[in-house]
Design a protein around this ligand. Structure first.
Ligand code: N01
Length: 657
């Protein structure tokens, strides 16, 4: 239950007061307090409980049991009051209380610049504020003549499909797999899961109060995407097992001509007015270039192409790579395999979170489902817990003394806590501490969740090798120290070709410009991460400089991009223009701003090597912005930053020529 609770449901909810009070025992204090103040409007409760909420996670709550019991009673009272009076529940809390509520909800100070974002994320009035509405009834022909081709039916492609359908814009989604889900369909490695809390890592327009875990495993997320595709009838627009080979902009017709390859190798052509890439940055596996890999002889596969026909039980498994994927795989397979040898090129930081392994109890699910507004406040609390509060910890303080190990005082404090965690988890083994502790500041690479990685390292059947791989021979991996490690299976958790964004597609824009020429092998750039000069009516979701590495949720980011793209499409359809193209000035101005911002962030730190940077050291993958900044940057499509063309203009030009 969220907001538009009908009278009958409310009456049922309060019909057994004792049962309701019992059920409320499973509620977390912070969102329950928000429900009370929202519905009851009494700020005194904030004053009483807020001092006990020490931070945004439920485990930061130190409210005494007696006070919690009072809170539950008050919530029951207020719900009973509404049930008895027949008054509808207010959709929004008293406006003047919102700042104090947000602060109490998160146990921190939420600055005013976050209020619009908070209201949007909370969507208390249930109007889906990120959905783009027509400003005037679109001309029927203009609308029916306009077609969008979306590449990819993953988390973002499905969301865009939903928004296009709602707007009545004709579209087709080309998906290379035989199912929706993208990343969550392709990655099936043991332990696959998300490290952003799911009640936030999900569509803002499809809040799910049924997650089984606070950090769900892959199949549950895949099922969520499928469910949303089904509920919204998205499948009928998807062409499965087809891949876009090339897309060429027709400068006369002002359309994209797209060549598509079917699974059987045959091809066909189609056209679209607008082209949207929803393939993301992490779609094409990066295989390591190691001498002799081809001669290994046994099964060797990438983490995103897990070969389930290979039984690893009791086998000698070698895993290369210790990033987000490796960190989930190794602890999941270590108890099953005979020996696990992990080849680590660099150690990664991983943070402990007490909720990481916790299941959402049925009792908690009941609260999420049935207590009005609770799920929304819970989502906002998680947004805050996982997002911009970390950003300052990633900024380089030019006067900081210990600059090789940390960036600033906050960052140093994080490092201290992480080091203490590692030491405890590896039983204070000095050799393991040395190997497992990164030599760069925290957040230099994605901060991982400790998936029992460190305690896995002390298992007798696990060896962590940090000498680097020299070469591979049949059945053996030889490290740079000359040590020979026998292996039956190699797992390559070696990441993706993020810098070669959109590869292997051939995208050809105006005047024959190709994306590969413009971006090279490793320098993708786009205005707001979305649009590219010389490539009219072309949009990228999860494009250059939009990867989130300080916190937040990729879903949040893609929703910002989708809103912007939908506004751009609206601009075309409503104004009768046929093409839009970002002007060079705003594009380059944005590039300069991104680069300048990155110079002060951890990813530019000289001690950090990662796929975030290209060979020239420019950070191409990550967003330097806080979520609130990016939301504000993309909130409103600015037509002044774009050049518009119509077919009539083209004809007139041809005529003149
Ligand atoms: O890939 P990675 P990933 N020889 O690039 C090493 C998302 N994700 O698949 O650190 C030896 O992070 C490489 O070493 P180094 C998330 O956005 C999310 O793990 O470069 N080693 C590194 O250790 C993430 O950021 C989730 O020195 C080689 C590892 O391989 C992104 O996907 C789960 C090597 C690659 O790590 C990518 O994560 C999974 C070589 N030749 C993924 N080449 C969750 O939400 C590379 N490495 C939980």
């Amino acid at each position: 239950m969220t907001s538009q609770t009908d009278q009958q449901t409310l009456t049922e909810l309060v019909s057994d007061r004792a049962a309701l009070l019992k059920r409320l025992e499973s509620a977390d204090t912070s969102p329950l307090l928000m429900v009370l103040v929202h519905l009851g409007g009494d700020p005194a409760w904030l004053g009483r409980i807020a001092p006990h909420i020490k931070g945004p996670w439920s485990f930061h709550d130190e409210t005494p049991e007696t006070l919690k019991a009072e809170l539950r009673t008050a919530v029951a009272d207020v719900l009973e009051g509404y049930a008895a009076s027949g008054h509808p529940l207010p959709l929004t809390p008293p406006k003047e209380l919102l700042p104090a509520m947000l602060n109490a909800c998160t146990g921190q100070v939420v600055p005013p610049e976050y209020y619009p974002l908070a209201l949007e994320e909370l969507d208390l009035a249930q109007v889906d504020p990120k959905t783009v509405k027509w400003r005037k009834e679109p001309d029927a022909k203009a609308l029916s003549d306009f077609k969008v081709l979306v590449i990819g039916a993953g988390f973002s492609g499905v969301a865009l499909g939903i928004k296009l359908k709602q707007a009545g814009i004709e579209h087709v989604i080309i998906e290379k797999n035989d199912e929706v889900g993208g990343t969550w369909y392709e990655n099936t490695y043991p332990g696959i899961g998300v490290d952003t809390a799911n009640h936030f890592y999900s569509y803002s327009f499809a809040i799910n109060d049924d997650w089984n875990h606070f950090f769900a495993k892959g199949p549950e997320i895949e099922a969520y995407i499928k469910r949303n595709a089904d509920i919204n009838g998205i499948r009928e627009n998807i062409r499965f097992e087809e891949e876009v080979d090339s897309a060429v902009w027709d400068e006369t017709a002002l359309i994209w001509n797209v060549e598509i390859r079917r699974a059987d190798g045959s091809t066909y052509h189609t056209s679209a007015n607008a082209l949207v890439s929803a393939v993301g940055q992490l779609n094409r596996p990066q295989l390591p270039n190691i001498e002799g890999l081809d001669s290994f002889g046994g099964p060797a596969f990438h983490s995103a192409r897990w070969d389930h026909s290979v039984d690893i039980t009791g086998k000698k498994v070698a895993m290369i790579g210790t990033g987000a994927s490796g960190m989930q795989i190794a602890p999941s397979i270590a108890p099953v395999v005979g020996e696990l040898t992990i080849f680590q090129r660099s150690a990664h930081w991983a943070m402990h979170n007490p909720l990481y392994f916790e299941k959402v109890s049925d009792a908690k699910k009941w609260v999420l489902k049935n207590i009005p507004f609770y799920a929304k406040w819970f989502r906002f609390q998680l947004f805050w817990s996982s997002s911009d509060t970390f950003h300052d910890k990633l900024r380089i303080d030019p006067n900081w003394g210990d600059s090789a190990r940390s960036l600033n005082a906050d960052n140093a404090e994080v490092r201290k806590q992480l080091e203490a965690h590692i030491a405890k988890e590896v039983n204070y083994d000095p050799e393991l501490i040395r190997k497992a502790t990164p030599d760069f500041p925290p957040y230099g690479k994605r901060m991982l969740r400790d998936n029992h990685w460190y305690r896995m390292l002390v298992r007798p059947n696990v060896e962590l090798v940090d000498l680097g791989i020299d070469h591979i021979e049949p059945g053996v991996i030889v490290d740079k120290g000359g040590n020979r490690h026998e292996a039956d299976v190699i797992v390559m958790a070696t990441g993706f070709q993020a810098r070669r964004l959109l590869w292997p597609m051939n995208i050809v824009g105006r005047d024959g410009a190709t994306i590969r020429e413009r971006w090279g092998e490793d320098d993708p750039r786009a205005h707001l991460g979305i649009t590219v000069p010389e490539f009219p009516n072309f949009f990228v979701i999860y494009g250059p400089n939009t990867n989130l590495a300080h916190g937040g949720s990729a879903v949040f980011h893609s929703e910002c991009q989708i809103r912007y793209i939908m506004q751009a499409l609206r601009e075309l359809i409503e104004t009768g223009q046929d093409a839009l193209e970002v002007k060079p000035e705003p594009f380059w101005d944005y590039q300069d701003k991104v680069d300048a911002a990155h110079r002060g962030m951890v990813w530019s730190h000289p001690g950090v090597t990662s796929w975030y940077k290209n060979k020239d050291g420019r950070v191409t993958a990550n967003s330097p912005w806080r979520l609130v900044d990016y939301r504000n940057l993309t909130e409103t499509f600015n037509p002044e930053e774009y050049a518009f063309t119509s077919r009539a203009d083209v004809k007139a030009k041809e005529h003149t020529a």
